[in-house]
Design a protein around this ligand. Structure first.
Ligand code: IPE
Ligand code: IPE
Ligand code: MG
Length: 255
């Protein structure tokens, strides 16, 4: 019998047992490339934006589940620096999603002690999008549960070039010497400076590429791919990914 969500505690324990998930060793930081909304909609004869709308409700469910499981950070790739290439109506819809999402979900995020953060150049988002996000960041800034980190207008190459520019300026001004430039200093100039690196990267929809996501930060992360389109992704897929992660051996170049 399929397991129904949201589940009660006992159902959750059943699911964990079925999949063999070790509840005490949940990865701290999971990053997700939520992909396949457009194809999901197309398969159903609906416009692409219908896929994005459905994808938003999946975000809610996965955030709830991540928070229940005790994850520290969930980073979600919501809009890339390359996604501006899409038709205007789709970009407009995607820029309204944070408004709808936070409009309906912010009270629950607050109640769940979730802290909203972003990575990416949010200064280039339309004012209504920025307003919704800033409000969420502000109202959850004192929370110390799950960090829900949205990558919005995020591009890893841009992030790294920006970091290099900042460091070059410091060297030019004589604030630091070039000898002091090392991996830690570089990391501290990225959007993710305050976050642990992702333990696990999930990408839905069958694509097996990074699409300019966290190129530096994913150097030693485990990757997990699924053919499932993001709107069809659910708690059991998420737990399967975590389970598979728990069965991997991270060696970091050692033996
Ligand atoms: C992911 O789904 C959502 C965003 C990139 C914003 P897509 O919109 O990329 O869906 P596909 O890959 O075209 O199916
Ligand atoms: C990556 O998906 C970006 C997000 C999920 C926000 P895309 O659908 O934009 O990536 P490509 O174009 O297939 O590489
Ligand atoms: Mg895509």
């Amino acid at each position: 019998m399929p397991i129904k969500f949201p589940f009660t505690k006992s159902k959750k324990q059943t699911l964990n047992r079925t999949l063999g998930l070790d509840y005490d060793h949940i990865p701290k930081h999971v990053a997700i490339i939520m992909d396949g909304n457009g194809r999901w909609a197309k398969n159903k004869g609906m416009p692409r934006i219908a896929g994005h709308k459905e994808g938003m409700s999946v975000v809610k469910r996965i955030v709830r589940h991540a928070s229940d499981l005790g994850l520290h950070v969930l980073t979600l790739y919501a809009f890339s620096t390359e996604n501006w290439k899409r038709p205007k109506n789709e970009v407009d819809f995607l820029m309204k999603l944070p408004v709808d999402f936070l409009g309906t979900y912010l009270p629950e995020l607050i109640e769940r002690n979730v802290q909203v953060q972003t990575i990416g150049d949010v200064s280039l988002l339309p004012p209504h999008t920025r307003k919704a996000i800033n409000e969420a960041i502000e109202k959850t800034s004192k929370n110390n549960g799950l960090i829900l980190n949205f990558a919005l207008n995020y591009g890893s190459r841009f992030e790294m070039v920006h970091a290099v520019k900042e460091i070059a300026e410091k060297v030019e001004k004589g604030d630091i010497s070039s000898d002091e430039v090392n991996e830690d200093l570089f990391s501290s100039h990225l959007y993710t400076s305050d976050l642990l690196e992702p333990d696990l990267l999930i990408r839905t929809s069958g694509e097996q590429r990074l699409s300019n996501f966290l190129l530096w930060q994913l150097a030693y992360s485990e990757f997990w791919f699924t053919e499932v389109f993001w709107p069809d992704f659910d708690e059991s897929h998420f737990e399967k990914a975590l389970c598979d992660y728990q069965n991997r051996k991270r060696r970091y170049g050692g033996i």
